[in-house]
Design a protein around this ligand. Structure first.
Ligand SMILES: Cc1ncc(COP(=O)(O)O)c(C=O)c1O
Length: 391
């Protein structure tokens, strides 16, 4: 039985190999290797694609968050609210500015920042130091930014700025319009990934954009002088050239992701919520970066790990864990706040393979294996779309 990985990037890139090779040759011949014409063109193209604003490329998604916070003058003595059931880069970027992280719990169904818990945070000691909230559009699902806005309005805290972490939500229609600054990662496995590292900020305000442009290049005011302390977070022309080619396919790839998520729902829907398995709720503009189910058998928190290992060892299927340890459970990011939903999720989430180019036969294979692992067998309904079809 062939191994089925969580994400197969070779399959994604194979049909683009010649076009990518031609673009690399063009960059090589140009003699311009970072922050050149390819970067400039990509900045305009990607910002337009995401709903508008001014786009700035930088070295990574982690840097994008750090630069966005710096552009808002966030630093020591300030606090920033985000969630803990995600990648450590978000709290890390806050701490890098010298500000304090406040973790908010997440909704049970949305698994994104819970506006009700944010309202609670705004009443807790230290709330006056909060300068920004970073909702994360986790797994490709949009965070409830309208709900967050309503809470800030009701508390009279319109001074708090919103920074969207869209590292898992490229191409979700209009996502850049939700927040003052929106940050992306081009880590290779993202919905739009580079062939290495890269990041991006979309600013709705040209003052913020200009500040980020300076900060990403050492805080330069001119060739030989700096106006503030920045960092080297420049962007490679070769990555911009690759991303311009890949951007042309992003909408079609996101549609394939939606179709694969629907196929999982069709195949596994009859088990949803009935016992051990809970499927992710759909939502408007979801771009399904990951298909994360929840596996729960009574109070047994070891079942998910057993299923993960069985899929790998008995079925040659690469599942993923996003994320088995919440950020606040790691030594650098302790919290005194209770985060019960976040902590419940760490023991139960399981990411199933989903990537553009995956076939419906492969969805069937994963669903069947999961049924065996969870003892849910009873002959599975087949997916009705022609078998073997590539979505
Ligand atoms: C939600 C989230 N935020 C931030 C990042 C950081 O991006 P990068 O790995 O490009 O620094 C990632 C990605 O890996 C992410 O998934």
């Amino acid at each position: 039985m062939a191994h089925l990985p969580l994400v197969d990037l070779k399959r994604l890139h194979e049909p683009l190999a010649r076009e990518l090779g031609d673009a690399f040759a063009r960059v090589l011949a140009s003699g311009s290797y970072h922050l050149g014409p390819e970067t400039e063109a990509f900045e305009a193209e990607f910002a337009r694609h995401e709903g508008g604003g001014e786009g700035i490329c930088c070295g990574s998604g982690s840097d994008a968050l750090f630069l966005a916070l710096r552009a808002l003058d966030i630093g020591p003595g300030h606090a920033v609210v985000t969630v803990s059931n995600s990648f450590m880069a978000t709290p890390e970027s806050i701490v890098r500015t010298g500000a304090e992280v406040i973790f908010c719990d997440v909704g049970e169904a949305s698994r994104t920042l819970d506006p009700a818990d944010l309202a609670q945070i705004l009443e807790e000691p230290g709330a006056e130091g909060i300068k920004a909230v970073i909702p994360i559009h986790l797994y490709g699902r949009r965070a409830d930014v309208a709900g967050i806005d309503a809470v800030l309005q009701a508390a009279g805290r319109q001074d708090i700025k919103l920074i969207g972490d869209a590292a898992q939500a490229h191409g979700s229609p209009g996502v850049s319009q939700d927040t003052t600054l929106t940050c992306y990662s081009f880590y290779p496995a993202k919905n739009l990934g580079a062939l290495g590292d890269g990041g991006f900020v979309i600013a709705q305000n040209s003052r913020h954009a200009a500040r980020i442009r300076g900060l990403r290049n050492h805080g330069r005011a001119g060739k030989h002088s700096v106006s503030e302390i920045g960092l080297n977070s420049r962007f490679d022309e070769i990555q911009a050239a690759a991303l311009r080619i890949k951007l042309k396919h992003l909408d079609e790839w996101n549609q394939q992701r939606r179709d694969l998520a629907d196929a999982y729902r069709e195949r596994l829907g009859r088990h949803d919520g009935a016992g051990a398995l809970r499927l992710p709720a759909d939502a408007p503009n979801h771009v399904h970066h990951l298909f994360v189910v929840q596996v729960t058998v009574g109070a047994d928190s070891t079942v998910r790990d057993r299923v993960f290992a069985d899929l790998r060892d008995k079925h040659q299927i690469g599942a993923g864990l996003h994320y088995p340890i919440a950020c606040h459970q790691m030594p650098p990011y302790p919290t005194s706040r209770a985060l019960p939903v976040t902590e419940h999720l760490t023991d139960h989430v399981l990411s199933l393979p989903l990537f553009p180019g995956m076939t419906l036969d492969e969805v069937d294979r994963v669903a069947g294996a999961l049924e065996i692992c969870l003892d849910l067998r009873a002959p599975g309904t087949r997916i009705t779309t022609p078998r073997g079809a590539r979505l």
